[in-house]
Design a binder for this molecule. Structure first.
Ligand code: PMP
Length: 432
C-alpha cells in the first residue's frame, strides 16, 4: 500500500522557498506530469525510498549512471578507501591514468581522453575543439537530441530543416544560435541537402547515436553509416554524444554496437558511477589541439578528482566482466516485452523502442523514429500511467520524452512486479 506523498509535498513547498522551482535540475520537478516530486532518502540496489516511507523499483537510476544499481558494495568499498587519501588535489594522480586506459581500451576511437565534471562540459568542450580544429563555425545537431545546456546546443528547429536555429531558452543570443543548424533525426536526405548548401562551413555534426532525450529512439539501419561517410566527405567532424549510451548499450557504447568510428566522443553518466564525471576524447591529432598541448583551451578545478575516478573505474571494472551486457539485455527485454503485452491486453496503442538497457513506451500507434513522430504521443495517457505506476511502487522518469534504464541490480521479481503493476496502469491509461 502506498503511504501517500504528504512529507514529500511539504519538503517540496519548503525547497521552493530557497531553490528555483524547488529543484537543482528542471525535470526533477515533475512538471510535465503535473504533480509534486517525491523526495528520496536513500537507495539500495534496484530500489529507492522516499521520505513518506514508500519503496520504489527505480527505472531512472539517477538518469543512467547507476547501471549497477544504488550502493553497489564494490563501489562503496572503493570510495571508502579513496576517502583515506583525500577528495581532490588539483594535481595529477595515477588514478587518472588508469581511468584513461580503461576508457581508451573500451572505446578505441578515443585515442586520447580528457576528464571533465558533467556531460554538458564534455559536449561543450568537444564542440569548441571541433571548431578550433576545423577552423569552421557552424555545427549541426538533430531535432529532439539533448547535449547538455551550453548556449549553442539549446536550439530547436525552426519551421524546416534548412532554417537557422532559434534559441530554445532566453539568454541565448541569436548570434550564437545562428551557427547551429538543426536537422531531423534519421533522415540522411535532409542532412545531405544541408551539406550541399553549407557543408564547407560545418565544423561538426553532434548526435546521440541512440537517442535517449526524446525517449529512446534507435538509429535507422544505415543512418549512422551514411552520416559517417557524409561528414568525412566534407571534412566535418562526427561527434558521438555517448553521455547516455556509453557503457550502457554495450561496453563499447553505441559506436561498438553499430561499428562506427566517430572523430570525437563524449561520455558521462556510467563512467562516473553516480559521481559527477564527463569525458571527451577521440582522434589523437584532434585531441592534441587541446591545452596544454594545443591552442584550444579547456580546464577544470575538480576534473579527474580521485573520488569520481574511483567510482567510475570500479563501475567499468565490474561492467567488463563476461556476460554482464547479456544480462542487461535479457532483463531489459523481459521488462519491455512484459510492458508491451500489458499495454496490448489493456487495449492501449503503444510503440516500444529499446536498445540494450534503455527503452521507452510511447503512447502512440505510430512508429517513433524522430522528434515529429515522438510528439504524436498522448502525454495525458502517459501521465495517468506514470502516477498509477508510482502508486504501485515503480518509479519511471516523470516525462514521456525520457528513456527508462535497467540496472544489473534489478531482479526478475522486480521486473515481474513492475509488469503486474503495468497491467493495471495501462488500464488506467486506457480510460483517459
Ligand atoms: N548528452 C546527453 C546525450 C545527455 O543525455 C545528457 C544528460 N541527460 C547530457 C549530454 C548532459 O549531461 P549533464 O546533465 O551531465 O550535463
Amino acid at each position: 500500500m502506498h503511504k501517500g506523498y504528504e512529507k514529500s509535498k511539504k519538503l517540496f513547498a519548503e525547497a521552493k522557498e530557497y531553490i528555483p522551482g524547488g529543484v537543482n535540475s528542471p525535470v526533477r520537478a515533475f512538471k510535465s506530469v503535473g504533480g509534486d516530486p517525491v523526495f528520496i532518502t536513500r537507495g539500495e540496489g534496484s530500489k529507492i525510498y522516499d521520505v513518506d516511507g514508500n519503496e520504489y523499483i527505480d527505472y531512472v537510476q539517477s538518469w543512467g549512471p547507476l547501471i549497477l544499481g544504488h550502493r553497489h558494495p564494490k563501489v562503496m568499498a572503493a570510495l571508502a578507501d579513496c576517502l583515506e587519501i583525500g577528495t581532490s588535489f588539483g594535481a595529477p594522480t595515477e588514478l587518472e591514468i588508469k581511468m584513461a586506459q580503461m576508457v581508451t581500451k573500451a572505446v578505441p576511437s578515443m585515442e586520447l581522453v580528457r576528464m571533465v565534471n558533467s556531460g554538458t562540459e564534455a559536449t561543450m568542450s568537444a564542440l569548441r575543439l571541433a571548431r578550433g580544429f576545423t577552423k569552421r563555425d557552424k555545427i549541426v545537431k538533430f531535432e529532439g537530441c539533448y547535449h547538455g545546456h551550453a548556449d549553442f546546443l539549446l536550439i530547436k528547429a525552426g519551421s524546416g530543416a534548412l532554417t537557422m536555429g532559434v534559441p530554445d531558452s532566453l539568454g541565448v543570443p541569436q548570434s550564437v544560435a545562428g551557427n547551429t543548424i538543426v536537422a531531423p533525426y534519421n533522415n540522411i536526405d535532409a542532412l545531405r541537402k544541408i551539406f550541399q548548401e553549407q557543408g564547407e562551413n560545418i565544423a561538426a555534426v553532434i548526435i546521440e547515436p541512440v537517442v535517449g532525450n526524446m525517449g529512446c529512439v534507435p538509429p535507422k539501419e544505415g543512418f549512422l553509416q551514411d552520416l559517417r561517410s557524409l561528414t568525412a566527405e566534407y571534412g566535418t567532424l562526427l561527434i558521438f554524444d555517448e553521455v547516455m549510451t556509453g557503457f550502457r548499450v554495450g561496453y563499447g557504447g553505441a559506436q561498438g554496437r553499430y561499428d562506427i568510428t566517430p572523430d570525437l566522443t563524449t561520455l558521462g553518466k556510467v563512467i562516473g558511477g553516480g559521481l559527477p564525471v564527463g569525458a571527451f576524447g577521440g582522434r589523437r591529432d584532434i585531441m592534441e589541439c587541446v591545452a596544454p598541448l594545443g591552442p584550444v583551451y579547456q580546464a577544470g578545478t575538480l576534473s579527474g578528482n580521485p573520488l569520481a575516478m574511483t567510482a567510475g573505474m570500479t563501475n567499468l571494472e565490474i561492467l567488463s566482466a563476461p556476460g554482464v551486457y547479456e544480462e542487461l539485455e535479457s532483463k531489459s527485454a523481459m521488462l519491455a516485452d512484459g510492458l508491451a503485452q500489458a499495454a496490448e491486453e489493456a487495449g492501449v496503442s503503444c510503440w516500444f523502442n529499446r536498445v540494450g538497457a534503455m527503452f521507452s513506451c510511447f503512447f502512440t500507434s505510430e512508429p517513433v523514429v524522430d522528434y515529429a513522430s515522438a510528439t504524436t504521443s498522448d502525454t495525458k495517457k502517459f501521465t495517468a500511467w506514470f502516477w498509477k505506476m508510482l502508486e504501485q511502487g515503480s518509479y519511471f522518469a516523470p516525462s514521456q520524452y525520457e528513456a527508462g534504464f535497467m540496472s544489473l541490480a534489478h531482479s526478475e521479481e522486480d521486473i515481474n512486479r513492475t509488469i503486474e503493476a503495468a497491467r493495471i496502469a495501462y488500464q488506467t491509461a486506457a480510460q483517459v
